[in-house]
Write a protein that binds this ligand. Structure first.
Ligand code: PLP
Length: 360
């Protein structure tokens, strides 16, 4: 069977090697006579999967020892609530930088728990850029500064993160975790729903610094308290075992590709090819993101008219391209080119875009 040219925004493409391995191991995982889905989450076989996923993530992202790695449920969206619940302590203000719909949602949740402050925003220009922010830019009694590292819908990405020394920086990296080398030490917390760069949906990764955990609110509902998951190594209740297993296979695949730096180099080549195609189109295609803020994960672009956009998407569909519709909030087109999207898919898209432009 032919694999689709999958540019879905999330859930999104998984590496073929990972899917083949999951298939091979599906009905009899390592001689257990059952699938990973059927193993007890307290069994030694599952425990190995769980530990391996944590240790591979630690290695790949070079996570220091004073950070906890958690596997949670409820998606990145539940983190929008858990973060203020745990870390917006009485008398403090939570600072948010607004760079798109996801950061706005995160802010709206924090508003339900306490004082917030928008310290920078790019809403004035349809979230087409990442604002200039430095490490002094925060409230005097700031609990944390929250950013969205990559704006999945608008196709913008932080190129260089602000360096905060006295306030924890918290990043929603749902759509770009593991896409490039990252200095985890710059952050108090990083979180990401798995379904873009890490695996299937169902598991959310949270990486939290011990010093931040120490400052959290107490008396929270058990499942919404990070300490519950820290103390039980993310095994307080039944974790999404199959999603974590798939995550472990994806991490294995990243290692086989040469690690994060090799993935980063490939991602940059894929993104450069698409932006080059856009920039060379004499204004036929226009990237939503301004120069200096362009995402290497989500390339959002427009065509000269709605009619041409419709025609483009219809022809693309016929040719086997999937997921190129822009998000309903901004329209146009978007190609999500996450880690698992092969270079060949991007090449095929670039050729199609060139051909479509000359025909129209
Ligand atoms: C997809 C996405 C989310 C939402 O993730 P869920 O796991 O569906 O809650 C949040 N933030 C960003 C940046 C995303 O790309």
């Amino acid at each position: 069977m032919q694999r689709a040219y999958n540019f879905n925004a999330g859930p999104s493409a998984l590496p073929l090697e990972v899917l083949n391995r999951a298939q091979a191991e599906l009905v009899n995982y390592k001689g257990t006579g059952m699938s990973v889905m059927e193993l007890s989450h307290r069994s030694k076989e599952y425990d190995q999967v769980h530990q391996q996923a944590i240790s591979d993530l630690r290695t790949l992202l070079r996570i220091p020892d004073d950070y906890q790695v958690l596997f949670l449920q409820g998606g990145a969206s539940l983190q929008f609530s858990m973060i203020p619940m745990n870390f917006l302590t009485p008398g403090k203000t939570a600072d948010y930088i607004l760079t798109g719909s996801w950061s706005q949602k995160a802010l709206e949740e924090a508003n339900k728990f306490g004082e917030t402050n928008v310290i920078a925003s790019s809403k004035d220009e349809k979230f087409s850029y990442i604002p200039e922010v430095n490490g002094d830019n925060h409230s005097t009694n700031s609990a944390y500064v929250h950013i969205t590292s990559n704006n999945t819908i608008y196709g913008t990405q932080w190129e260089k993160y602000p360096t905060y020394t006295d306030v924890p920086l918290i990043a929603d990296m749902s759509s770009d975790i593991l896409c490039r080398e990252t200095n985890v030490e710059q952050f108090g917390m990083i979180y990401a729903g798995a379904q873009k760069n890490l695996g299937p949906s169902g598991v959310t990764v949270a990486i939290i610094k011990d010093s931040l955990l120490k400052q959290s609110n107490s008396n929270l509902p058990t499942m919404l308290d990070y300490h519950t998951h820290v103390k039980s190594n993310s095994l307080y209740n039944t974790p999404p075992t199959f999603s974590i297993y798939m995550l472990s296979l994806v991490l294995d695949w990243v290692k086989e590709q040469g690690g994060v730096s090799a993935i980063e180099a490939r991602n940059k080549e894929k993104a450069a090819l698409l932006y080059h195609t856009i920039d060379e189109s004499e204004g036929f295609y226009k990237a939503h993101a301004k120069d200096g803020s362009r995402s290497i994960m989500n390339v959002s672009y427009t065509l000269p008219s709605d009619e041409l956009t419709k025609k483009f998407l219809a022809q693309a569909k016929e040719k086997g391209f999937v997921g190129l519709n822009g998000h309903r909030s901004i329209g146009g087109c978007r190609a999500s080119i996450y880690n698992a999207v092969p270079y060949e898919s991007v090449e095929a898209l670039a050729s199609f875009m060139k051909a479509f432009k000359s025909e129209n």
